[in-house]
Design a protein around this ligand. Structure first.
Ligand code: GCV
Length: 839
């Protein structure tokens, strides 16, 4: 190496940002050292002192955050000062305080609560960065916004940005149970609750409040909407107050979900009838007690008459009666009641083709429009069913003109692979938020309606069902953090694009390397469509085990039961007829222009065809292909795309820290295996049901695959798998040997000599940790334990897992032997092996 090259290498090593191990705990607030060019530029633009005006919480957090961020990203401190320094400073405070103490720096104009203004002011050779808030909380939001710009390497020396949140309501709901578990939670246990009470140590709750504040989220409801009535008992008041104390420094207010039967179950009244004066007095007393301890308490969330929860129907009262009695107790304190629009009958008769769960929210609430008090918000899920992979916007958004509304988005990935699959939800949310309901034939996007802009409502906004828990990285999947981030950013500004949000998140979370940025953004932005492709396209909804774990593929699970998520696939056709002309009439709930669009097969977008119409399998789509061929093609496309993600991710080795690199790689590899399971299950099911073959000859023909049922078995016994479509061939083999014993399946290789990857499809249930060992020609080539955390206790599509043994040298006649050692209830089950293309 020449001397010059040598010194260049040394210089590069010295200035290159370190690639260090990270566990994801810092999420998007890593404040990692900027890349050298960005650091050099920001070093000149960012003042060296910080002047904070005012002492209110959370102003102090704004200062602390700025100091922490600048130290981390630029590697130098921000010096706190008590007066405007000669050399320039970051000046942070409310607009009012800046106007008083440093009028020359104050932007001209007003700022409402929660809003902020970022401004650079040059005075001779002095520069000031002004972070002004409409109030203390707005100032904190401004500090985070400025740090977000710095972290992305944006220019900071000519700022003049005024940001006002789109809507006042920017909440997250936790579905946390008092015992510490989380309903539909995949990020660990509750940050708030353990063993029936509030956790003693609320450090993580405080850290979580910081994450929420960085996005402008201003309240959190801390317990499950399937609420334990006890949360309203007097002993919980001081506990909830402790949570509020932990969140308050970050401007996050606390609310709770309540049970409508509480006046009776907790208050020991003979009734919970909402029109009974004693019941009203009870609600008032409970609200008064909470506000006495927590003056900034945010309000209540109520799920009533839904999925077994009690509600006003018990007394033949309306949802308005129910909402108003609770809202009136909150009203004197400025509290809000969120009343959930998710009310439906889960015992509907599936034989009646006119029945339709999708109608429920509108049928229940539209007739009550105008009867809800001003501090009630109807919280409406984004689609008419329940967070399925593709749903139209709920017609109820346009069905309430004299009632406050909020949209409920599910951040936790219940039907989206439960944080085991990476699915970035922002593109889906954007579809709904930007959807124009054409109320009164005028522009009326969902986002504008819920923000109160269309029907001039005083309150409204965005609620996200959170995906966070006490996992070190909050969500148990590094990439799932992007969903929490995206929800917060859209709640602040729903006009942002999914690509903007992905870009921001990726750069803050993984750094500004262009290859990293492009790869991660591409993965995120393609993921919703990809997931839809392999789990149920064309508006079929997620073809998952709806009556079980909501995770494993099970095409028929949604049929022939009262839960109402029917797709009505049979030998002759598929899809729900929701037309006014011949179907359930759901489409008639939309304003006329939208109803017209959906009523006709010709104008319904392909993506929603089977949500709106029942059609023969040979129905041509707008894209030209038939429904059945599209079902086949999309599943193959989806599985192929996930396989490519694995390769693309591998390209990031060394460009990001190894800890997160390995964790995401493992997750994507698992997802790639699952996508194949989904692909095969759904396509085989439709192939068998429709009797129509795949034009491309893929369905039912799996070159390189050798079924375990066809192997030479020692100890292993044939077993059936339910549902049938989730096992290849006719089923699986299980080892029911006594503890400590093993079984073997021996497969004969009959192909040409070469080096191959060998995939072993086995079942990893969560009732044991079976061990597998693979041998070729008697030599061990791999071993592994089936101890992943998968939400399935039985052999099915969820537990079906893939282990790929790379680079196995094979020649004709070789024996590939899989030895399984059961553990607990886990029977070391095998589905097949597959010899993949030669290398
Ligand atoms: C909290 C779905 C989920 C339930 C959830 C319910 C709701 O049905 O599966 O776990 O209950 O929605 O939103 O209330």
């Amino acid at each position: 190496m020449t001397k010059r090259l040598w010194s260049l290498t040394v210089a590069l090593v010295l200035v290159a940002p370190p690639v260090f191990a990270e566990n994801g705990h810092a999420a998007w607030l890593r404040y990692a050292a900027l890349a050298p060019d960005a650091a050099a530029r920001a070093g000149a633009e960012v003042p060296r002192a910080i002047y904070r005006l005012g002492a209110d919480v959370p102003l102090d957090r704004a200062e602390e955050e700025l100091r922490r961020g600048v130290q981390g990203m630029l590697g130098r401190p921000l010096e706190p000062v008590n007066a405007l320094p000669a050399g320039g400073a970051i000046v942070v405070g409310t607009l009012a305080s800046i106007r008083t103490s440093a009028p020359a720096l104050a932007p001209a104009g007003d700022l409402p609560a929660d809003a902020f203004w970022l401004r650079t002011v040059h005075q001779g050779d002095r520069s000031f960065t002004v972070i002004a808030g409409g109030d203390a909380r707005g100032t904190l939001y401004g500090a985070f916004a400025w740090l977000r710009r710095l972290a992305q390497g944006q220019l900071l020396d000519a700022l003049d940005d005024r940001e006002v949140p789109y809507a006042p309501v920017r909440w997250v709901d936790q579905w946390d149970n008092l015992n510490g578990s989380i309903e539909r939670g995949y990020g660990g246990n509750s940050l708030f609750w353990a063993n029936g009470k509030v956790r003693d140590d609320l450090t993580r709750a405080g850290e979580y409040a910081r994450l929420l504040a960085s996005l402008g989220i201003n309240a959190v409801s801390i317990n499950n909407v399937n609420a334990n009535p006890l949360v309203l008992s007097p002993e919980f008041v001081p506990q909830i107050a402790r949570v509020a104390d932990a969140m308050r420094p970050w401007g996050v207010r606390v609310a709770i979900a309540i049970d409508f039967g509480s006046p009776q179950s907790v208050g020991k009244l003979p009734t919970y009838d909402p029109v009974d004066p004693a019941v009203a007095a009870w609600w008032k007393a409970r609200a008064d007690a909470l506000y006495a301890a927590i003056p900034d308490f945010a309000g209540f969330v109520l799920k009533a008459d839904s999925e077994g929860r009690v509600g006003p129907s018990a007394y033949n009262r309306t949802h308005a009666d129910a909402a108003n009695v609770v809202a009136r107790a909150l009203k004197p304190h400025g509290g809000i009641l969120f009343y959930r629009g998710f009310v439906y009958d889960h015992h509907m008769d599936w034989r009646n083709l006119k029945n339709d769960r999708a109608r429920a929210a509108y049928d229940n609430f539209h007739p009550l429009d105008g009867q809800f008090d001003d501090n009630v918000i109807i919280q409406i899920k984004h689609g008419p069913i329940d967070f399925q992979v593709r749903e139209p916007a709920s017609p109820l958004f346009a069905g309430l003109e004299r009632t406050n509304e909020a949209i409920e988005l599910q951040i936790t990935q219940e039907y989206f692979g439960q944080a085991r699959h990476q699915v970035f939800l922002a593109p889906m949310w954007k579809d709904t938020l930007d959807f124009d309901m054409r109320a009164h034939d005028q522009p009326s996007t969902v986002k504008a309606i819920v923000a109160g802009r269309v029907f001039h409502r005083p309150l409204g906004g965005f609620v996200g069902v959170a995906n966070s828990g006490d996992a070190e990285n909050w969500t148990n999947n590094h990439l799932s953090q992007a969903n929490l981030y995206a929800f917060g950013r859209l709640a602040w500004n729903p006009d942002l694009s999914a690509a903007d949000i992905a870009g921001e998140w990726t750069r803050q979370t993984f750094g500004t390397d262009p290859q990293v940025g492009k790869t991660v953004d591409d993965l995120l932005l393609a993921s919703w469509r990809t997931y839809e492709n392999y789990t149920g396209p064309l508006g079929l909804q997620t073809l998952t085990d709806i009556v079980g774990n909501h995770y494993s593929v099970a095409v028929e699970a949604s049929e022939e039961n009262g839960w109402g998520q029917w797709h009505r696939a049979d030998a002759s056709g598929v899809g729900m007829d929701r037309t006014v002309a011949t179907g359930t009439g759901f489409i008639g709930q939309y304003p006329p222009a939208v109803a017209k669009l959906y009523e006709s097969i010709e104008t319904t977008p392909d993506d929603l065809l089977l949500f709106m119409h029942h059609v023969p399998y040979t129905q041509p789509l707008q894209s030209g292909t038939t429904v059945i061929q599209f079902i086949y093609d999309s599943h193959y496309d989806g599985a192929e795309t996930v396989a490519k993600w694995v390769e693309q991710w591998r390209g990031l080795r060394g460009l990001i820290d190894d800890e997160r690199y390995q964790a995401v790689l493992k997750q994507l590899e698992y997802q790639a295996g699952q996508a194949i399971v989904w692909r095969d299950a759904v396509t085989r099911w439709f192939h068998k049901t429709s009797g129509i073959s795949d034009d491309k000859g893929r369905v039912g023909s799996y070159p390189g695959r050798i079924e375990a049922e066809a192997a030479q078995l020692q100890g292993y016994q044939l077993s059936t798998v339910t549902p049938w479509e989730t096992a290849s061939g006719s089923g699986a083999v299980e080892c029911r040997a006594a503890v400590g014993n093993t079984c073997t399946a021996t497969f004969k290789y009959a192909g040409a000599a070469g080096t191959h990857d060998v995939a072993v499809e086995y079942f990893d249930v969560n009732t044991g940790a079976a061990h597998y060992r693979a041998r070729v020609g008697g030599k061990v080539v791999a071993e592994w334990t089936a101890n992943d955390r998968i939400p399935s206790r039985k052999l099915d599509g969820g537990s079906s897992s893939r282990y790929v043994i790379s680079g196995v040298a094979l020649k004709p006649g070789d024996e590939i032997q899989i030895e399984g050692t059961p553990d607990g209830q886990e029977t070391a089950a095998l589905d097949y092996i597959e010899i993949l293309g030669s290398k």
